[in-house]
Write a new protein. Sequence first.
Length: 139
Amino acid sequence: MNTSLRRAGIAAVSLAVLVSSAPAFKGQKKEQQPYGLISGTVYGPDDRPLYGARIQIHPVGKKHPNWERMSDHRGEFAQRVPLNPADYEVLAEAEFAPLVDGKPQPSHKKRVQDIRKVHVEKDVIQDISLHLREKAPLD
């Protein structure tokens, strides 16, 4: 019985310490590192914003992408990058079916892409446009 009272007392004190220190933790914020921003709009071969294009971003000289994004319904995308001055390659690609009378023509589907080089320095936002053009016919 004495042990139960002692455990209950320790639990109550621990809870009181935890609750009283909560405001101190609440006010603390993780310090955000400064960053650059690469953003842009992807356009299809018909020069209209293209939804669902795959965007890969990587430092020039690296083969594999560091970041992958998809363009939204307005053809837009954005990616934070480290603030260190650097050159990046931005590759956008998609499968595009042209419209005839407002309907997509899957039998005429094409693979389209565009690549841009971007230099990021300081906290500047790099805004680019990618105009996708035919790469190769799909099998």
